[in-house]
Design a protein around this ligand. Structure first.
Ligand code: ADP
Ligand code: MG
Length: 332
């Protein structure tokens, strides 16, 4: 009997795996799935494999009170963001779970599994294995994707003269965290809640950008911090115009003092920041016009190093110190 008075809500590890993880996604390209010591998968001939892992820890990457369904959606979405940034088609994933004994009941696993499959099945990504242990709440997902050989998007390939773009709108991740931290019903905003737990899947944008972009990164730590990574690995500089940064009208309105800072450094947006050579800008504009990619031009790659922020609405005066925007470092 569990704390809620129902019977049979707590099961052994193997029953949990069988009930809540096996069969929750389609299994394309899977020769041996959940149940053996390891999965056997069959990549398509001539394609490169792309692998990414991300861990989400309670209290660090999501609020302690997060519902299991939302945790599943967020864990899957943020992992897929790395695939999008590489221009990869996600095919398979594994889930390593550490769950405290007091919440490890059937209902919790059922809801988590629902959240994971909700996102994974939108893009036909197959769950092929994992690990289930008892401990502090944490979830680690490893995603494996594919790209035609040699076409993965990278962050070290931006060139001087390339234009800088971002997808979607920025600042919503930080606005959502602010909303959670206040915890009052009046500040509740469904759009921000949804954005935090199920950020836009940019997979299709990544696939289209393989043909067009010279470099790409996903914005997980904040625009300036992530663009900084592109600049240092590509040995170039970036100049962005903060008046061009796309920020949702509701976020601008509700957070008149914070929205720009959040758009530059907030993190948790999981949009793409990419660079496009001048010769490809017409192709990109066509994709934007056809509604296949939602992207906004925000600046230019230049010679030198670091990210410079200008504000053309204030006569190009530099109103921001980029050192204020270098994002979150777990060990700093
Ligand atoms: P082993 O002891 O050989 O490491 P486990 O007992 O941990 O195997 O897991 C048994 C099977 O269940 C494996 O195929 C493993 O990949 C799968 N599995 C365990 N936990 C999960 C999970 N949370 N999600 C998906 N598959 C899982
Ligand atoms: Mg194991």
């Amino acid at each position: 009997m569990d704390d809620n008075g129902s019977t049979d809500s707590r099961s052994g590890e193997f029953a949990i795996i069988e009930r809540h993880f096996k069969g929750i996604t389609q299994q394309s390209g899977v020769l041996t799935g959940i149940g053996d010591d390891a999965a056997v998968i069959k990549p398509d001939a001539g394609l490169d494999l792309v692998v990414a892992t991300d861990s989400l820890l309670a209290g660090v990457h999501f609020p302690d009170e997060t519902r299991p369904m939302d945790l599943g959606r967020r864990a899957m979405s943020v992992n897929l963001s790395d695939m999008a940034a590489m221009g990869a088609q996600p095919r398979w994933f594994t889930v390593a779970l550490s769950v405290p004994r007091d919440i490890a009941v059937e209902k919790w696993f059922a809801e988590l599994s629902h959240g994971l499959s909700d996102i994974a099945n939108q893009i036909d990504c197959a769950l092929v294995g994992g690990d289930t242990t008892c401990g502090p709440l944490a979830i680690t997902i490893t995603v494996i994707g594919q790209v035609p050989s040699g076409t993965a998007l990278r962050r070290d390939t931006a060139k001087i003269g390339d234009h800088i773009y971002v997808t979607g709108t920025l600042g919503d991740g930080a606005a959502a965290l602010d909303m959670f931290s206040r915890g009052d019903a009046t500040s509740f905003c469904e759009r921000l809640f949804e954005h935090f737990y199920a950020p836009d899947l940019c997979i299709n944008s990544g696939l289209l950008l393989r043909e067009i972009a010279s470099s790409c990164i996903d914005i997980s730590d904040g625009l300036v911090a992530d663009l900084h990574h592109v600049c240092s690995s590509s040995r170039v500089a970036a100049e962005i115009d903060c008046s061009l940064i796309p920020i949702h009208a509701q976020t601008r309105r509700n957070y008149p003092d914070q929205h720009m800072h959040w758009a530059l450094s907030g993190g948790d947006d999981y949009q793409l920041c990419f660079t496009v050579p001048e010769r490809e800008t017409e192709s990109l504009k066509k994709l934007i016009f056809e509604g296949l990619i939602h992207a906004t031009r925000i600046g230019l790659i230049t010679a030198g190093d670091g990210v410079t922020i200008i504000d053309s609405s204030r006569g190009n005066r530099c109103t921001h110190q980029t050192t204020d925007y270098l994002g979150y470092d777990h060990f700093a």
